[in-house]
Design a protein around this ligand. Sequence first.
Ligand SMILES: [Zn+2]
Length: 170
Amino acid sequence: MNRTQSLRQDVRDQDGRRRDGRGAAAPRPRPGADRDSAYWWEAVGEGRFLVQYCADCRTPRFPAREVCAVCLSLEWEWREGTGTGTVDGWTVTRRTFHPAFEAPYTVLRVALDDGPALYCWGRLVGADPGDLRRGQPVEAVFTDTGPAPGAGAPTGGGAFTKVVDWRPRE
Ligand SMILES: [Zn+2]
């Protein structure tokens, strides 16, 4: 069998996940935190959903950034967020672009319940995209991305292993 044939094989591991052409389960890409978001990703690793607030005018903001858009303050604080929101929009991807994300899958834009104009993006879990409606209540789910990819793996990202997905809530 040549390399092209082996890459085309649909080989699955014991959990039913597709494996890449080299026989290793495709790891889900890890989040690439930056200076402003690293603390938030640390909290996600502990199953906590934080929201950043301006320490001067108390305006919430999400995602994390250095400067308050209201008063231009460089001071901020983190508070426990609700971890809930409503569906603002979504897209269904029907083509597999990365072996860890087998199509079809749905990515939501969630309007957080913590304040106006606070949006978080994440995959839909536990529901069919055909049943989605705008304004539908959802809650954060903390998903482990699995073991670290091997050295040189083209997945990028850093040390953070958990990501936020979203599921409908009753
Ligand atoms: Zn401010």
